[in-house]
Design a protein around this ligand. Structure first.
Ligand SMILES: NC(=O)c1ccc[n+]([C@@H]2O[C@H](COP(=O)([O-])OP(=O)(O)OC[C@H]3O[C@@H](n4cnc5c(N)ncnc54)[C@H](OP(=O)(O)O)[C@@H]3O)[C@@H](O)[C@H]2O)c1
Length: 235
């Protein structure tokens, strides 16, 4: 299968890219803004599996950067995309009264508009039977879940992404594209440390990656437009 994952330079995205590359039947474009970290990922992928097909791409998903590099690269390297994992994310931890509109814009630009930009860019190379878009959301973006101080911008952006997932699933039905949302609980990464300084998450990125890969490959057989909670930590 042909995969694209954003946010592959660290945390959950890094381990997910590595897990996909571990199967030589798959080809994966691993996206982030950081060339050095992507190079490290490519090297590790080859060590784990010398036959791996992991192709790094330095690319910014922010809508501030206007170009069609992602589509051109995907066409050239993959031809068609079977699975897109929108994993890149940004978290700002600040009390609501200190959050500026610019903070909200920064977070929404990556967590919502960046996903919109990525999907719109790649639609021309999607549409094989069972194409799957997996949006990596947060348990904090689910209505009725426990909320945490300082995460208004982040959690509300993930809430917007959840509804967007349901809307896109409806619109893409005729195009053979399923869209689902994984509402992750806490995973031990840099972002988790930013959100909860001094705390330890119950799940390691490598373990969460296994779940995401399995879901990305098989989830579209059973689900479309679904918000799935993947959390041990919060109700
Ligand atoms: N860790 C948790 O507890 C947790 C819980 C719920 C949901 N999540 C979600 O899981 C996803 C991964 O989070 P993580 O914890 O693994 O975070 P992380 O370690 O901070 O990784 C974030 C990734 O996003 C990428 N990114 C940020 N801005 C980007 C941009 N403009 N263009 C391209 N890539 C960009 C970063 O790459 P560069 O900086 O190299 O570009 C990095 O690879 C996020 O969507 C997050 O919201 C995490």
């Amino acid at each position: 299968m042909n995969f694209i994952i954003t946010g592959a330079s660290s945390g959950i995205g890094y381990q997910t890219a590595l897990a996909i590359a571990n199967d030589k039947r798959h080809t994966i474009i691993a996206v982030s803004r950081n060339k050095e970290k992507l190079d490290a990922l490519s090297i590790e992928a080859k060590i784990v599996n010398p036959n791996s097909n992991l192709i790094p791409l330095v690319y910014d998903i922010s809508p501030d950067i206007e170009n069609n590099d992602l589509l051109v690269f995907a066409k050239k390297e993959l031809g068609n995309v079977d699975v897109l994992i929108n994993n890149a994310g940004l978290l700002i931890n600040k009390p609501f009264k200190e959050l500026t509109i610019s903070d909200f814009e920064s977070v929404y630009k990556i967590n919502v508009f960046g996903v919109v930009k990525t999907i719109q860019s790649l639609l021309p190379v999607m549409g094989n039977p069972n194409t799957h878009i997996v949006n990596i959301g947060s348990i904090g973006g689910v209505e009725g879940s426990m909320k945490f101080k300082g995460l208004s911008a982040y959690s509300s952006s993930k809430g917007a992404l959840a509804i967007l997932t349901e809307c896109m699933a409806e619109e893409f039905k005729e195009m053979n594209i399923s869209v689902n949302y994984l509402a992750l609980g806490s995973v031990q990464t840099e972002m988790f440390s930013e959100a909860f300084p001094g705390s330890r998450a119950q799940v390691k990125p490598k373990d969460m990656a296994k779940y995401i890969v399995e879901f990305a490959i098989n989830g579209a057989d059973f689900m479309n437009g679904k918000i799935i909670q993947v959390s041990k930590s919060t109700p």
